[in-house]
Write a protein that binds this ligand. Structure first.
Ligand SMILES: [Zn+2]
Ligand SMILES: [Zn+2]
Length: 319
């Protein structure tokens, strides 16, 4: 399970903090100005996910650097092509003559196409960009319990949307039998995961076929969380969203404009309330949350925009 919290107020730029369940790190999506983001949360970030580097998504990266200096570990930053150079420019804007070499380093993953990631490393004091690897994959980040995949949308510049995928887990339900636990439980889980139903599992002096013990296991489906930022309301983008985010548990999606400003949305390669709601419904998203609204709107207008989104999300067939 993921807990995602919006760390920006309605009149600030967007920033969302993601915390996986029973996990010691947290993960930051977008670096917009976010007054609810604490120093501790920034220091505890293991990876940062940025859709694109329009100023409203990248302005707060300087604050991130400020609080991460001295944490003495590597932090991963994911983004579209050229973000490594932009991160380097931010870092090089400051003087680093007193810094310890171990103070902090950044691993930067650029998604340059939907199936190609280039990884770089930047370390103090010079913050030179060193290429580490190139991989043919859409997995930008992986941990034991979850991974984060990327898909590039069009916003007149590539805008990287992210999907957090918690892996399915197998739980052992001891209450279903009189057997005593032991190392055989892990052997049974492994046989289940690898689909080895005839594998012999020895419990004390008795041998069982794995399939006869599978009733003791319960599959817990992992949760999914999508973060979809700025994108044009285009057919190609919508096709990518429905393909990549189909059936997601929770998705945060940009809804920059009200329905009456649909022409501005099309002009500026942004989405608008009705269209964001509709694409979330088409993608069969269980919980969809509109975020990232134009600063020209008053609190009341944002409230109306949110209503437009939910009307469309709940009832798209009327469109
Ligand atoms: Zn943008
Ligand atoms: Zn934006």
């Amino acid at each position: 399970m993921f807990t995602a919290t919006i760390k920006s107020t309605l009149d600030e730029d967007i920033s969302i903090l993601v915390k996986p369940e029973n996990h010691s790190w947290n993960y930051l999506c977008e670096c917009g100005d976010a007054s609810k983001l604490t120093i501790k949360e920034i220091q505890n970030c293991n990876a940062i996910f940025i859709s694109h580097t329009h100023i409203d998504h990248f302005i707060n990266f300087d604050t991130i650097i400020r609080h991460q200096i001295g944490i003495e570990r590597k932090v991963t930053i994911c983004g579209p092509q050229y973000i490594a150079t932009q991160i380097q420019h931010k870092l090089k804007a400051y003087t680093w003559n007193l810094i310890d070499k171990e103070a902090l380093s950044y691993e930067v993953k650029e998604m340059i196409s939907d199936n190609k990631i280039v990884t770089y490393e930047l370390s103090p004091p010079l913050w030179e960009i060193k290429e580490v690897s190139k991989t043919n994959s859409n997995i930008l980040f992986a941990d034991k319990k979850f991974e984060v995949q990327g898909v590039l949308l069009d916003h007149k510049t590539p805008s990287l949307a992210y999907k957090f995928i918690e892996y399915d887990t197998v739980k052992f339900n001891i209450s279903k039998s009189n057997l005593k636990g032991g190392k055989w439980v892990n052997e049974l889980k492994e046989a289940f995961n690898k689909n080895l139903s005839n594998q012999i599992i020895q419990i004390e002096n008795i041998q069982y076929e794995a399939k006869d013990l599978f009733y003791l296991l319960e599959l817990k489906k992992g949760k999914t969380l999508g973060i979809i930022m700025d994108h044009a309301p285009s057919e190609i983008n919508h096709k990518k969203i429905t393909t990549h985010f189909l059936n997601c548990d929770t998705v945060f999606i940009e809804s920059y404009y009200k329905n009456k400003d649909q022409n501005f949305a099309e002009l500026n390669f942004h989405s608008y309330a009705k269209m964001s709601g509709q694409i979330m419904r088409t993608s069969l998203i269980k919980e969809a949350i509109p975020v990232h609204f134009s600063r020209k709107y008053s609190a009341e207008e944002i409230n109306e925009l949110q209503q437009e989104f939910y009307e469309s999300f709940m009832n798209s067939q009327k469109l």
